[in-house]
Ligand binder design. Sequence first.
Ligand code: DX5
Ligand code: ZN
Length: 227
Amino acid sequence: MSIRIAPSILSANFAALGEEIAMVEQAGAHLLHVDVMDGHFVPNITIGPPVVKSLRKVTKLPLDVHLMISDPDKYIPAFVDAGADMLTVHSEATVHLDRTLNLIRSHKVGVGVSINPATPLSMVEHALALADMLLIMSVNPGFGGQQFIPYCLEKIRRARQTIEERRYQCVIEVDGGIDIDNLPDVVRAGAGVVVAGAAIFKASDPARKIKEMLEIAAPLGYHSTYA
Ligand code: DX5
Ligand code: ZN
């Protein structure tokens, strides 16, 4: 599987979301990354199921919904009904991660689990058996446009190694502070999906930026037999 780019709409123009999304879809983006924040798990509030439902109507791209919310189990059915294709929860936000991941699975959508920069990989090592995607945060969740935290690269490499050794069917997504300068490191470390918000939507030519990212990432992609 070659590298996929997931633009994060957090940095898009919310007054013109439809046009912004059409533009990234046209430019070759693979997924649409939707950041849901509750003002409790993270110090910011963004969007909820009604917006996801509206997005579902204007794009064919899979909706990769990143839930930065406490007690995610309560809201999983609403996001599934709204049209999410993949639901990612934070391991730090649920007491019974195994139960939460199984709940997502029971709704027949993609299962993602995320860890904050300071959370060790060991926290989810076993639960990865239940996940389609591991989302490694490379900034503290809550805001777009932050600086990439370099020690996360080692975590990506170790995650890649664990996934290979255990033959898990789990792709690694990396989220936060990614642009042209650090993209090669992130991809070489083992990312299969790269999220980019500010790098794309704050660029003078966002479509060109996506194409540039794809050109840089494609030849460096980690080719795994498993994910
Ligand atoms: C941060 C969000 C990210 C963010 C990425 O809490 O989860 O998806 O929008 O944006 P950039 O690429 O600007 O760091
Ligand atoms: Zn995100």
